[in-house]
Design a protein around this ligand. Structure first.
Ligand code: FMN
Length: 158
């Protein structure tokens, strides 16, 4: 079956992005993680970021019910984590892989940069919701980023 959105996805996909893992805890305290390339920085004062969550994602109600989220920017050697948290392969995130800063939301220990974010706005936008977060703590490290372009990681290791 042809994907009627393929031409639009192909055009959107010509914009190169990094990859982050957005994390939170659900109402039962279970760890939730999702691979995201819609992350962007928004404002320095106050420090704001955003990412867009698909209304149909299995993680939707967990993120909508959480007043905070963590963002972990992935390094080039973390493609396995990107696939894992896109539900393509491997187990869900474990407590051993995360740490906690201010908000109570988890952040991956292994990362290129991390942001602990308090949700300050949710905007409905078509089939996604835009989750705006105020950064309450962050860090960054030296390293190469995981890069995504035209539905592939760069360099494509396949
Ligand atoms: C490279 C990449 C980027 C993605 N970016 C987003 C995103 O920005 N927002 C989103 O809601 N889902 C995004 N997804 C999809 C989710 O990671 C996940 O695959 C989707 O929610 C399906 O999981 P589910 O079956 O648990 O709902 C992305 C997936 C990949 C592989």
């Amino acid at each position: 079956m042809t994907d009627k959105y393929r031409p639009l996805k192909d055009a959107f996909g010509r914009f190169v992005t990094g990859i982050v893992v957005a994390t939170c805890k659900d109402a039962d305290g279970k760890l939730i993680a999702i691979t995201v390339n819609s992350f962007t920085s928004v404002s320095l004062e106050p420090p704001l970021v955003l990412w867009c969550l698909d209304n149909r994602a299995s993680t939707y109600s967990a993120f909508m019910g959480s007043d905070s989220y963590g963002i972990s920017i992935l390094r080039a050697d973390q493609r396995t984590e990107s696939d894992r948290f896109a539900r393509y392969a491997g187990p869900p995130v474990t407590e051993a892989e995360v740490e906690y800063w201010n908000s109570g939301s988890p952040i991956l220990k292994d990362r290129l940069a991390g942001f602990d974010c308090k949700v300050v706005a949710r905007h409905d936008a078509g089939d996604h919701v835009i989750l705006v977060g105020e950064v309450t703590k962050f860090d960054s490290a030296e390293g190469e980023p995981l890069i995504y372009f035209a539905s592939n990681y760069i360099p494509d290791s396949e």
